[in-house]
Design a protein around this ligand. Structure first.
Ligand SMILES: Nc1ncnc2c1ncn2[C@@H]1O[C@H](COP(=O)(O)OP(=O)(O)OP(=O)(O)O)[C@@H](O)[C@H]1O
Length: 585
């Protein structure tokens, strides 16, 4: 199998780079070497296994064509990036054979023809960027890919209408500079007209030309959508009832052999069934208790010995009503209401994480061992082949993201509190980094929505170690040893968010680029949150913290400070506050 993949990849490269002598440039990519062991150019393999994970061949002047059949022989491929080359021709329907793909980046090439409809079969896809090519025809309907976060198709020749997308989940969307026509979709406030500009036939409220009354409106499409979801809802309910019946029958058979070992008190096994109504954000989620899968430790729910769990009846957790709070990059988050205990917990369901059951268990137990007051405790976790669940205490006071960008727009977060968040979170992260360095476990998905406020409004780091680092700004530095430096980068973005009050990314806006160019133009003070300026926040402290942030977001990972150094810098900025207030008359 490995040889088959290797030969197919050699073929893929020969089509991609027909005129190029790779031997001369030492790219590897030949039948006498191994893609993983011999570090072929642009190839990243899965840890400890000889399977291909990523192919990143950017800015290499590749001029050939994309041979999807050969490429997709590498079934395990998750990231394909061929940005900024000169690749021609079409993308064939065979691309869907790369079923594990999560990221496809093809921008700035010479691709033409239709985008294959089979893209919609890539159910794991998170980011698709085909901008700046010569693609034409209709944009395929990708609305069934529930985890899609990015769709960038600007600067092509696409025509026809804009198909359905789940805009509430997309982080970035752009179809500007095409030939699209018909009514523009309702973005629900997520994006503005810049995502649509320069499509002469498009009409709608966001654009200067409103739609004629006879044009089929977005409403009709909505009603199609609703019907579709209602029918798929019926199918889902039918399926769940069947599962429950099968489950009850198995239960009946097993209950006779039930073993009441008291040691098992905190280690219960569960089977999980969920129903989720896609038509609205809120959905039902219930966990049904099952003493099944005794022989399979990897599919058990492990309740860790944390204080909140004392007196908590596990069965109640399993049967409690729940509400879908959000769907992020790594999965969905449910608020589970435990009526009797008067306790709400947050249950995170993680999708598509390629980690073995044992690996996951060890990782969670290891993270749980390293305790810090400003890091959320894991209450329990669950792992089966298909999904992983993590249980945290629900924090009613919400996240830093909500506080900064919610209806209050950061008003309730004055400078001193922001500095306090920076100091506490940096200390927590530094502590976790130092204790988990040897295990190679970084946070992996640090952002303001993963910083939650406790009852006492103390900031707490959530979801530590739940993701491999997939930071787009940092794509070339994805390997483990850089995961910690990638956290530093993300921490720098949080500092920028605290200082500017702006979203990290919004509709093409990128906070790091913006701040860097503002500083080049020497209008540093302009970047600070207006609220902070009018509050009379200490400007010298803000400028100093901005310098820390800029060190963190240095494009070279090696040049970034480590978290311990950052803690030192932030503390001395805080000390400055003490000193200056002491010296006040
Ligand atoms: N324990 C918790 N208590 C209260 N709210 C939480 C808790 N954990 C997460 N949240 C909030 O729920 C929302 C959804 O969380 P989720 O983790 O699914 O999304 P995310 O952080 O945006 O994305 P990602 O999957 O990349 O972490 C976020 O606003 C987050 O701040």
């Amino acid at each position: 199998e490995t040889i088959k993949v290797r030969d197919a990849l050699v073929q893929f490269m020969s089509k991609l780079s027909p005129l190029h002598d790779q031997n001369e440039s030492n790219w590897g990519w030949n039948k006498t070497s191994d893609p993983c062991k011999d570090n072929w150019k642009g190839i990243t393999c899965h840890n400890n296994s000889p399977t291909i994970k990523k192919i990143v061949l950017e800015e290499l002047n590749l001029t050939g064509q994309l041979d999807a059949i050969s490429l997709c022989t590498a079934k395990s491929l998750t990231v394909l990036s061929l940005n900024s080359n000169n690749i021609m021709g079409t993308i064939s329907e065979d691309i869907s054979k790369c079923s594990k793909l999560t990221h496809i980046y093809l921008h700035t090439n010479n691709f033409s023809g239709n985008l294959p409809n089979s893209l919609s079969k890539l159910s794991n896809l998170k980011r698709l960027d085909v901008s700046k090519n010569r693609f034409s025809g209709a944009i395929p309907d990708m609305s069934r890919i529930s985890g899609l976060l990015t769709f960038l198709a600007e600067n092509n020749n696409f025509n026809g209408g804009i198909p359905n997308f789940d805009f509430s989940n997309l982080e970035t969307f752009n179809v500007s500079n095409n030939n699209l026509s018909g009514p523009a979709p309702d973005f629900g406030g997520r994006f503005n007209e810049t995502s649509l500009l320069n499509n002469p036939g498009l009409c709608g409220n966001l654009l200067s030309n409103s739609c004629p009354l006879s044009t089929p409106s977005a409403k009709n499409r909505d009603s199609f959508n609703k019907n579709y979801f209602i029918y798929s809802g019926y199918a889902a309910i039918g399926f769940i009832i069947l599962c429950l019946l099968a489950f009850l029958l198995i239960q009946k058979g097993k209950s006779k052999q039930k073993n009441n070992d008291p040691k098992e008190e905190f280690k219960k096994e569960a089977s999980i069934s969920t129903t989720s109504s896609e038509t609205k954000k809120r959905s039902e989620f219930s966990i049904t208790s099952a003493e099944s899968a005794k022989g399979s430790p990897s599919s058990s729910l492990v309740v860790l010995s944390s204080a909140v769990v004392n007196g908590l009846r596990f069965e109640d957790l399993l049967r409690s009503p729940a509400e879908l709070i959000g769907r992020g990059k790594n999965g969905s988050l449910y608020k589970v209401m435990m009526m009797k205990e008067k306790l709400n917990v947050a249950v995170k369901r993680i999708r598509d994480w390629e980690i073995t059951g044992d690996g996951f268990k060890k990782r969670m137990q290891r993270i749980d061992e390293v305790k810090h007051v400003n890091v959320m405790n894991i209450v329990a976790f669950y792992c089966s082949k298909q999904e992983k669940l993590l249980v945290y205490e629900f924090q009613e006071n919400g996240s830093l993201f909500k506080l900064l960008h919610g209806s209050q727009n950061g008003q309730s977060l004055e400078w001193e509190s922001r500095l306090n968040v920076a100091a506490k979170i940096s200390a927590a992260l530094s502590f976790m980094h130092e204790n988990l360095q040897a295990d190679g476990i970084a946070h992996g998905n640090l952002k303001s929505s993963n910083i939650l406020f406790s009852k006492q409004m103390d900031p707490c780091l959530s979801e530590y170690g739940l993701a491999e680092v997939e930071n787009d700004q940092d794509r070339s530095f994805l390997d483990q040893k850089n995961a910690f430096k990638s956290d530093v980068y993300s921490f720098g973005l949080i500092l920028l968010e605290l200082l500017t009050g702006k979203l990290v990314q919004n509709n093409g806006f990128d906070i790091a680029n913006w701040v860097n160019s503002a500083i080049r133009e020497e209008w540093t003070v302009e970047v600070f949150d207006k609220g902070l300026v009018s509050e009379g926040a200490n400007e010298e402290q803000m400028v100093n913290l901005l310098h820390v942030a800029l060190k963190c977001i240095n494009s070279s990972p090696e040049a970034r400070p480590n978290m311990r150094e950052i803690v030192g810098m932030i503390n001395s900025i805080k000390d400055y506050e003490v000193k200056s207030s002491n010296s006040d008359p």
